[in-house]
Design a protein. Structure first.
Length: 200
């Protein structure tokens, strides 16, 4: 039996087969292109463990350097402030020491005024000057050393007289008031020392 196909039918089958092949190829190409794009995208952000460890180490190093720099700067500022404070204190001390004799003279003059002349306008004027003068010293941080009756301390007392036969461990008289400036010594107190009598 002879099958009868027309030439037009064979041509249509071949065309359909080629179209299907091209369509498959096109789909395959599209799938490959999409896969390549995904691979490229993944390759741009993917990090290995070694990369993560390296970046973490670099981050820690930078953080450590930043913390050290901040600590160094804080220490530097503290040293600068301490040096400035010391310079101001030294400058103040040099100036105040020169004015202490003036304060001494004012206080001696007032101590020598008889009681019946305390209300004299001139005396009251000198008292006012002495109070203002001393207020300026107080604002600068000057404080008197309480020496009378205290245990003798060579760090703040200067003994200029000693009671004969005594242990010389107690201040019995103050000849000149001593002063502190802040936590430091501005001038030692000139004192006479005595104490319990020594027995032979």
């Amino acid at each position: 039996m002879r099958l009868g196909f027309r030439n037009n039918d064979m041509t249509d089958v071949a065309a359909n087969t080629d179209a299907a092949r091209h369509e498959t190829d096109d789909d395959g190409d599209l799938t490959d292109s999409t896969s390549d794009a995904n691979d490229q995208a993944d390759g741009g952000v993917a990090l290995t463990n070694a990369d993560i460890e390296r970046l973490t180490s670099e981050r820690d190093d930078f953080l450590d350097q930043l913390q050290r720099s901040r600590a160094d700067f804080a220490n530097f500022r503290r040293r600068v402030e301490q040096e400035r404070s010391m310079l101001r204190e030294v400058a103040s001390q040099s100036l105040l020491v020169q004015f202490l004799p003036v304060l001494d003279d004012l206080q001696r003059a007032l101590a020598a005024v008889p009681d019946d002349q305390r209300n004299d306008p001139l005396v009251q004027g000198v008292q006012l000057i002495e109070r203002k003068f001393w207020s300026a010293f107080e604002r600068a941080g000057v404080r008197p050393i309480e020496a009378d009756g205290a245990t003798f301390d060579p760090a703040i007392h200067e003994a200029v007289d000693t009671e004969p036969g005594s242990s010389a461990d107690t201040v019995t008289s103050v000849y000149q008031t001593g002063y502190r400036l802040g936590t430091g010594l501005l001038r030692p107190a000139l004192v006479k020392v005595g104490g319990s009598t020594k027995h032979a």
